[in-house]
Design a protein around this ligand. Structure first.
Ligand code: ADP
Ligand code: MG
Ligand code: MG
Length: 252
């Protein structure tokens, strides 16, 4: 589904990713772990197509298409979703309207009729209920005054609605409360299917006890220095990065 080959990425002329290769097949969940500053978020932004990340070498292919040639919106419509990408606050835009607009844009792209506000609200309530999200939150403007946990719940709901083929989750801050963490995990687990895949980026093992990955990779200093199964996450948690990856792979 997703094939990254020898990807090199620079930000402001500084090389951050130094030859990353990764193949994610349909039905698989891969986790990327790694010390702070290793390039985890950079990788997620490059997949989503954020500005300012210069690809200086290598390729990303998504379902046979050159992903890097697509605009961010095209990537989204092709089924790629980056959670926690937009921590921005959108005053005056209701959460429901925001979600409906995103959802209908995808339906329109697939040639399906848009849902009217009533139909959409019904769908939204079902999805929110399934994830245990309070619908009170939906009455507020997008992310305005939302706590970190509420923003993540909102993203989880967006993901449940859009049902992306390939979801990338970047657990950017570690301050996620356990309930929000479970909602995020549940939203990924519900999408698990032989036709979909996900990349879960996290600094800690915590999220991975709720989302069981098929493969775990350690990113250090812009390179994948070790790959393994779900047990690798536990080993990392127990021993720390420096003791698990090859000598010299984690800069001190
Ligand atoms: P991680 O998510 O693994 O903590 P990041 O991808 O955020 O790592 O960052 C990797 C490296 O790139 C860090 O050294 C960071 O300082 C640098 N970096 C990230 N974004 C920028 C930027 N916009 N400008 C300059 N350096 C950046
Ligand atoms: Mg190289
Ligand atoms: Mg990060």
């Amino acid at each position: 589904m997703l094939e990254i080959k020898d990807l090199h990425v620079s930000v402001d002329g500084k090389e951050i990713l130094k030859g990353v290769s990764l193949t994610v097949n349909k039905g698989e969940i891969h986790a990327i772990m790694g010390p702070n500053g290793s390039g985890k978020s950079t990788l997620s932004y490059v997949i989503a197509g954020r500005d300012g990340y210069e690809v200086t070498g290598g390729s990303i292919t998504f379902e046979g298409q050159d992903l890097l040639a697509l605009e961010p919106e095209e990537r989204s419509r092709a089924g790629v979703f980056l959670a926690f990408q937009y921590p921005l606050e959108v005053a005056g835009v209701g959460t429901v309207t925001f979600l409906r607009t995103a959802y209908n844009a995808h339906r329109k792209h697939r040639g399906e009729p848009e849902l009217d506000p009533m139909q959409f609200t019904k769908l939204l309530r079902e999805k929110a209920k399934g994830l245990g999200i309070e619908t009170d939150m939906l009455k507020r403007s997008v992310n305005v005054g939302f706590s970190g946990g509420e923003k993540k719940r909102n993203e989880a709901l967006q993901m449940a609605i859009l049902e992306p083929t390939f979801a990338v989750l970047d657990e950017t801050d570690s301050g996620l409360d356990i309930d929000a963490l479970k909602v995020v995990a549940e939203s990924v687990n519900r999408l698990r299917s032989p036709e979909r895949a996900a990349l879960v980026i996290t600094h800690y093992q915590r999220l991975l006890s709720h989302i069981i990955p098929d493969h775990v990779h350690v990113l250090a200093d812009g390179r994948i220095v070790r790959s393994g199964g779900k047990e690798l996450a536990l080993e990392l948690e127990e021993k720390g990065y420096a003791n698990v990856v090859p000598d010299g792979a984690v800069p001190v």
